[in-house]
Write a protein that binds this ligand. Structure first.
Ligand code: DON
Length: 321
């Protein structure tokens, strides 16, 4: 980092100016109280809805954090792109695409629906993510599989902070009728590899949603995606660049629930949101931004997070096209 800084080779040479600009927009949207924190999982309903955190991590490892960047929350659906990338890494895209397609579904994130080939539409919605969870290291028992995943999440975050929230996990499991319904529907349609145990798959999926982190660490995970799978802090190659490429394509087309099309149109960046109120935004080969604000709009995306991105784009054109 220091060598790059002195030789003028940093991806954002005027990092201080960029930070100032981000701070202005961060304060500008602070008053946004639109939407409501998710309450279908009792533990999520109890968070302070006013929390507002932001982190930036460039591919050079330059970072800054604002507001409630140290508040711990569960990663929820932002685990989905990482699980998908891990499956691609392990088994390759041809195998993974035998089980999960790569088309936007046009339906809600937890909709009970499959495409014409009886496959989930994409790995960013629940159906697809449950199937991807069944693909990763099925030969391991649940404990070893969880440990395997946690290790990768730790590496993605450059060894900063990744934990597990048992209360959210139990809470999630106790209100999971829809995910069980989805699971049985997919089992009936032979969506899982032979010999899979549905209960184990769902438990693993709930565990992945219940991994906890904070903005500053979550942002490094997304920074690893921005950097083609190499963690910008440690320099470790955690994911293959081709797996990351496929994952970012699907984050662009399917990462923001039913708002994905609009988000791609207006913001033009791969992103993934989760119901606890975080949004990961990846600017490929440049940086990642992590936003955390629990109030969600009707489609399930953090309202203040979306407003922030819209306002930021008016000041600096990060749109990829
Ligand atoms: O109900 C579930 O499956 C959630 N815990 C998933 C989390 C989420 O963020 C929804 N996203 N697509």
């Amino acid at each position: 980092l220091i060598v790059k800084a002195f030789s003028g080779k940093l991806i954002i040479p005027s990092f201080k100016e960029f930070k100032k600009l981000v701070e202005e927009v961060f304060e500008d949207v602070r008053d946004c109280k639109d939407g409501k924190a998710a309450d279908y999982i009792p533990q999520l309903a109890r968070v302070d809805p006013d929390l507002w955190g932001l982190s930036v991590c460039t591919v050079d490892g330059q970072r800054f954090n604002l507001g409630d960047f140290e508040k711990i929350y569960t990663i929820q659906s932002t685990s989905k792109p990482f699980t998908y990338a891990m499956a691609l890494d392990l088994y390759g895209s041809d195998y993974v695409q035998e089980y999960v397609s790569a088309e936007p579904s046009g339906e809600g994130f937890n909709e009970i629906c499959l495409d014409d080939n009886n496959k989930p539409h994409n790995p960013m919605i629940n159906a697809g993510a449950i199937v991807t969870s069944s693909l990763v290291k099925p030969e391991l028992n649940l404990a070893d599989r969880f440990e395997y995943m946690m290790n990768i999440f730790r590496k993605l975050s450059g060894g900063t902070y990744v934990g597990f929230n048992n209360s959210v996990y139990l809470s999630e499991k106790s209100v999971a009728d829809r995910n069980f319904a989805l699971g049985y529907y997919m089992k009936e349609n032979d969506c899982f590899p032979k010999g899979s145990c549905l209960k184990t798959i769902l438990e693993f999926y709930f565990q992945l949603c219940s991994i906890e982190t904070k903005c500053s660490a979550h942002c490094i995970m997304a920074g690893t995606l921005a950097n083609g799978g190499v963690c910008p802090i440690t320099g470790e190659e955690v994911l293959d660049d081709v797996s990351v490429q496929h994952t970012l394509s699907l984050m662009l087309s399917c990462g923001m629930y039913d708002y994905s099309g609009q988000f791609a149109y207006k913001i033009g960046l791969p992103a993934k949101s989760g119901v606890s109120g975080s949004i990961l935004v990846v600017i490929p080969n440049v940086m990642a931004i992590c936003l955390y604000s629990p109030r969600l709009d009707k489609l399930g995306n953090s309202s203040r997070g979306l407003l922030f991105m819209e306002k930021l784009l008016k000041k600096v054109n990060l749109h990829q096209f």
